[in-house]
Design a protein around this ligand. Structure first.
Ligand SMILES: Nc1ncnc2c1ncn2[C@@H]1O[C@H](COP(=O)(O)OP(=O)(O)OP(=O)(O)O)[C@@H](O)[C@H]1O
Length: 401
């Protein structure tokens, strides 16, 4: 067993990678730029309405300034009490830009199955077009969740999440409460989730270059949540079904900060106990034993996601023989035995560039998967390392053409 590899798994950055990669990750022109600082984010939130909102893309900067902290309540056309952040004049000026339950019901034809695009722990997801032409994803909470997400706490959580804006994060647009309905409206991302792509359910095999782009996008998005939001946001549920892909196969991370809003017990096998939220196979072992959640729990889940990208396998594969069921354990074993190449997703070509990317990304993944959080790199460090791996990968591809 090579000593260098054992050491890598124990944590600490790989000397080979740490010295040779750019540290300027967030200014990568081909990757999502770092976006708003908290001050401008604060303005953005003031334009987000709860129960009744204007899609952010159609708000001007004047609207943001006008609407700061002007909270009011009003009675909607459907009779429910709506409260939102916004300036009375501004919203009244733009009645067509507001949206209501009626609009959601109409847009989804009363939540017709033909508009349904997914199902998760929170509820059912629909795709719909609003009156102003914006296509959105509408998440309709299961009725059983309603006690869990009682009014103010849930709304204040959404309000916090709506502050966050980054190209690689799915935007929260708004949240509606109407009688026993709770509906979340978020940015629609057109190309399905990463897990389905790894399973080739969407028809195209994701090549290594695309997988490196996705890993880098996700790393940037989580770095942003950890470092550029105030207070920092821990995602808590990084997993491949929460990574949505655009038509250009760039990644957008969904459901950030959302685990706190999800149900405790009845979302099926993926969610665990009342104290710990997340998804089996991705959960930081230290969080599981201490209940202490830190940014490094996301780093751990990100390590699992990297292994998933390299192998194509789910974190838990119950149909495989015992020693291969927990994918990260199997991958770590292969790595320490010097047989890394055998874990490469069989759908990927075994080329020098792919082999190099495999070795380097796996090395990073194993650092992320260190049992103790203190040994794991920060997400910023992961971004930097991935940035370098992607650069080396592209160079190697070009020279071998
Ligand atoms: N904003 C979106 N744009 C496009 N499709 C989406 C969007 N949000 C969710 N989906 C689709 O709906 C599916 C279910 O999403 P949801 O977030 O409810 O559950 P999940 O993340 O898959 O699982 P869980 O809730 O158990 O964590 C996703 O896997 C995705 O395919």
């Amino acid at each position: 067993m090579p000593a260098r590899r054992r050491h890598s798994y124990g944590g600490g950055s790989s000397p080979a990678t740490a010295s040779s990669y750019s540290t300027n990750t967030l200014t990568d022109r081909s990757s999502p730029p770092a976006t708003d600082k908290p001050s401008s984010v604060a303005r953005w939130i003031s334009g987000i309405f709860i129960n009744c909102f204007t899609p952010p893309d159609s708000l001007s900067s004047k609207d943001f300034e006008d609407s700061e902290h002007n909270i009011r309540s009003r009675r909607s056309s459907t009779g429910s009490v709506q409260s939102h952040y916004g300036n009375a004049n501004e919203t009244d000026k733009n009645p067509n830009q507001r949206f209501s339950f009626d609009e959601i019901y109409n847009a989804t034809k009363n939540f017709s199955p033909s508009f349904r695009i997914g199902q998760g722990g929170f509820g059912t997801v629909y795709k719909a077009k609003l009156r102003d032409g914006t296509t959105v994803a509408i998440k309709r909470a299961k009725k059983s969740l309603h006690d869990d997400c009682q009014g103010s706490e849930f709304m204040s959580e959404i309000q916090t999440l709506a502050q966050v804006t980054h190209l690689s994060l799915v935007k929260y647009y708004g949240f509606l409460v109407h009688n026993d309905e709770k509906i979340l409206i978020v940015e629609y991302v057109a190309n399905g989730n990463l897990r389905d792509h790894l399973d080739c359910k969407e028809g195209k095999i994701l090549d290594m270059a695309t997988r490196l782009d996705i890993a880098t996008d996700v790393a940037h998005a989580i770095t942003y949540l950890h470092m550029y939001t105030q207070p920092p946001i821990i995602h808590r549920d990084i997993k491949s079904s929460n990574i949505l892909l655009t038509e250009n196969f760039r990644a957008k991370v969904a459901d950030f900060g959302f685990a706190r809003l999800a149900p405790d017990s009845e979302s099926g096998a993926t969610h665990v106990s009342t104290q710990v939220k997340g998804t089996a196979g991705y959960l930081d072992p230290e969080y599981l034993t201490t209940y202490q959640l830190t940014e490094k729990s996301d780093v751990y889940s990100f390590g699992v996601l990297l292994v998933e990208l390299l192998t194509g396998r789910r974190p838990i594969e119950l149909n495989r023989e015992q020693k291969e069921r927990i994918t990260i354990r199997w991958a770590i074993k292969k790595f320490t035995n010097g047989d890394t190449i055998s874990i490469l997703d069989p759908k990927l070509e075994r080329s020098p560039a792919n082999n190099l990317a495999l070795e380097k990304v796996l090395e990073l993944a194993l650092q992320c998967l260190a049992p103790h959080r203190g040994s794991r790199p920060s997400m910023k460090k992961c971004s930097e390392i991935l940035w370098g791996i992607r650069k080396d990968y592209r160079e190697l591809l070009n020279t071998s053409l």
